[in-house]
Design a protein around this ligand. Structure first.
Ligand code: FE2
Length: 398
């Protein structure tokens, strides 16, 4: 396919901060890398599932075998980065006398660690007022040393300078940004991902795919992110079904981790869109895992956007290996939507929200629609989404 004529914003800035390292077994370098950053006593942030699966220990044993002291393991993190647990995590870090952190986990763990580091770096006691500010850019300073091992592929949280936190009082997911909150070194070790169950592999892989697709089609899209997002799509479309089918396939797991990081680098610069806006609301009000909510909404929102960015969807179709030669952009764009539906079937994911008791009654859907309409990502969707558009999208998913 020849590169189509594609317009983009005439001015943009492109940011990527962390050092990114990749290798199966890379965790053995954690002590050295933290030493390079000046850290001497680390807290590992993780969750109980990763502790019981032995994944946290795969990193902890490498810390113990190095010059880096292990101050403690904070494993209380559950689904979503909850503000109360962020506060607990900061208190734990201080009590241990730590001077650096290692996140071992998926998005909830990595986002909790980011928020804790902001509290430690800024001397804060409570994350709630910071979450309420959303953008923490004024007088922001570099934070204590921070290494992340993503154990899903994934959220891309290892490279994003934002975190999504769950405000239990407001029943809302808040997006908070800070220029230095992401880790200093993202260590991609696919051996940490082989025990991930097929279902979670599929959810998180669809999240990464959504980051790439929305990153490429957002109103902030630009050529650098296009390059990252399109290659992420190539890798995910090829390797996600393999990783779901054969969890121990290190090549597939490795490609998925790299793709997830690339998709993170893509969308953190361009933002996402209607899929993430509607998925965040579904997560906040119905507890639907983020990746699954994205997977359900992705083809529906893409279909809604087809006429707004057909050339961009044509590039996405091409990246998924669809032969678009001789096709009109709108025709190729529809093929991209169909390919997503096919991929979801292949990895065993639901098409609708029917298992989650989301009401069909528009009146009862109002809180969900209000939340999605207020989400920071909604404004980046290529088709401007009014509340009635969001209602239509949800009704197609129920
Ligand atoms: Fe996401």
């Amino acid at each position: 396919m020849k590169y189509p004529d594609i317009a983009f914003e005439t001015m943009f800035a492109w940011v990527n901060r962390p050092r990114i390292m990749y290798s199966p077994g890379l965790r053995s370098e954690v002590g050295f890398e933290m030493g390079q950053l000046g850290g001497t006593k680390a807290v590992i942030f993780t969750d109980k599932g990763l502790v019981s699966a032995g994944i946290a220990e795969m990193v902890a044993e490498k810390v113990r075998g190095s010059d880096l002291a292990l101050a403690g393991i904070f494993d209380s993190i559950i689904q979503d980065a909850r503000i109360d647990l962020i506060n607990e995590g900061a208190a734990f870090y201080r009590k241990c006398g730590a001077d650096c952190m290692i996140a071992v986990g998926g998005g909830s763990v990595m986002d909790t660690a980011k928020a804790v580091n902001i509290m430690i770096g800024g001397g804060h006691e409570d994350f709630q007022p910071l979450a309420d500010q959303a953008g923490l850019w004024d007088d922001a300073k570099a934070l204590p040393p921070h290494i992340a091992f993503p154990t899903t592929a994934g959220t891309g949280c290892e490279v994003t300078n934002a975190m999504v936190v769950l405000d239990m009082n407001a029943h809302a997911k808040l997006s908070v940004t800070h220029p230095y909150c992401n880790c200093d070194v993202a260590m991609l070790d696919p051996e940490l991902t082989v025990k991930l169950p097929a279902k979670i592999t599929a959810f998180t892989g669809m999240d990464a795919l959504t980051h790439a697709i929305e990153g490429i089609t957002s109103t902030g899209a630009e050529p650098i992110s296009d390059a990252l997002g399109l290659h992420a799509i190539r890798l995910i479309y090829k390797y996600l079904p393999i990783a779901v089918r054969d969890p121990e396939d290190i090549a597939a797991r490795g490609h998925m981790l790299i793709a997830s990081t690339m998709a993170g680098m893509c969308f953190v610069n361009t933002m996402t869109g209607g899929v993430h806006a509607t998925a965040h609301a579904l997560g906040a009000l119905y507890g639907i895992p983020h990746g699954l909510a994205n997977a359900i909404m992705l083809p529906i929102v893409m279909d809604y956007n087809v006429d707004d960015v057909p050339e961009r969807y044509m590039m996405i179709a091409d990246a998924m290996g669809i032969d678009v030669s001789g096709k009109k952009p709108a025709e190729a764009a529809k093929m991209a939507v169909e390919a997503i539906v096919h991929l979801k079937k292949e990895v065993g994911l639901a098409d609708t929200l029917k298992d989650f008791k989301v009401p069909k009654d528009p009146e009862k859907l109002k809180p969900l629609i209000d939340l999605a309409a207020a989400d920071g990502q909604v404004g980046y969707n290529p088709h401007y989404l009014e509340e009635e558009d969001i209602l239509k999208l949800y009704l197609k998913a129920i």
